[in-house]
Design a protein around this ligand. Structure first.
Ligand SMILES: Cc1cc2nc3c(=O)[nH]c(=O)nc-3n(C[C@H](O)[C@H](O)[C@H](O)COP(=O)(O)OP(=O)(O)OC[C@H]3O[C@@H](n4cnc5c(N)ncnc54)[C@H](O)[C@@H]3O)c2cc1C
Ligand code: FES
Length: 278
């Protein structure tokens, strides 16, 4: 069993758990993920390593409540345990000295991009971070991301905090500004990663995204996480999750993410009905 040592509510529907998992913490690298299962009746879901502490033997995860399993996770508290916590899985983000790296994040991904931004900074890159949220109430870890960046730009879709607009607007301004951008890494909802890729493509700036297809085993066996990159079939769990954003077939990815919408809704409605009476 994997004990939840700490729970923090970052915003109403995004939570942080610090989990006791020494074997995972020994090997985890920025960009990798774990597959979590709450109990015998639970499904397996992938969640990115948001931080790790090798000395304490802990892994931090940050998750957003979207469906049954993430809501069930959201009901747990410090002291509870998870049945399975498999990882670290996937290929770590490739970190080297590029020059100037722009880290773009949206929603819960602000937490998962932080160790990546930190690693790029430690390698001697200039790091410019752009973080976006739908509104003021969903902004979190601004100071944490600023502490690992040379520059930080915050956007909200509705303008209720910081700059109004989508993350792609300051990204385009940076690309137009004349300063040399050597790498862009974008992590967040697929639509945000797709439009980040479309923004950088005309400028020929290398752009990496962390893909989030549906996953089951996370070890290359089930084929659920099949994506098309550069016209070739790849499995995001073992060949990724990081890929060249300009080569990703975004329409296929987003269509496959919707494969089980009816079942997900049914499952969530059942959970919500039981939850309401319990
Ligand atoms: C490699 C990887 C790393 C991830 N890291 C994180 C993380 O750090 N934090 C976090 O909150 N989430 C992360 N996700 C997404 C997370 O796994 C899903 O949100 C979760 O599986 C949903 O389970 P559920 O039962 O709560 O919802 P479901 O009932 O499965 O789905 C509810 C809704 O969420 C959408 N959804 C389902 N799976 C995904 C997915 N893989 N990506 C995006 N939307 C999805 C569905 O289309 C549906 O609309 C990651 C996904 C991958 C593949
Ligand atoms: S999750 Fe099964 S092959 Fe990738």
């Amino acid at each position: 069993m994997y004990k939840i040592l700490k729970r923090e509510d970052l915003v109403p529907n995004i939570h942080l758990f610090e989990i006791e998992a020494p074997a995972v913490a020994r090997k985890a690298q920025p960009g990798q993920f774990v597959v979590v299962r709450i109990d015998e009746s639970g499904e397996r879901i992938p969640v990115t390593v948001a931080d790790f502490d090798r000395e304490k033997g802990t892994i931090t995860i940050v998750f957003m409540e979207v469906g049954t399993t993430t809501h069930r996770l959201g009901d747990l508290k410090a002291g509870d345990s998870l049945l399975n916590f498999v990882g670290p899985l996937g290929i770590p983000t490739h970190i080297e000295k590029y020059g100037t790296v722009v880290c773009v994040s949206g929603g819960f991904a602000t937490a998962v991009i932080r160790p990546i931004a930190r690693a790029f900074k430690e390698k001697g890159n200039k790091v410019i971070s752009i973080m976006g949220a739908r509104n003021k109430d969903l902004v979190f870890w601004e100071d944490e991301l600023r502490s690992v960046s040379d520059e930080l730009i915050v956007t909200t879709d509705d303008g209720s905090y910081a700059r109004k607009g989508l993350v792609t607007e300051p990204l385009k301004e940076l690309l137009d500004s004349g300063q040399k951008i050597d790498l862009v890494i974008a992590i967040g909802p697929s639509v945000m990663m797709k439009f980040s890729a479309l923004t950088t493509k005309p400028y020929g700036v290398k752009t990496i995204v962390s893909l989030n297809p549906i996953m089951v085993d996370g070890t290359g066996m089930c084929g659920c996480c099949r994506v098309s990159v550069g016209g070739e079939t790849r499995f995001a769990c073992v060949d990724g999750p990081d890929f060249d954003a300009h080569q990703v077939d975004w329409d296929l990815l987003m269509a496959r993410q919707k494969s089980y919408l009816d079942e997900e809704k049914l499952s969530f409605d059942e959970w919500a009905a039981k939850h309401a009476v319990s």
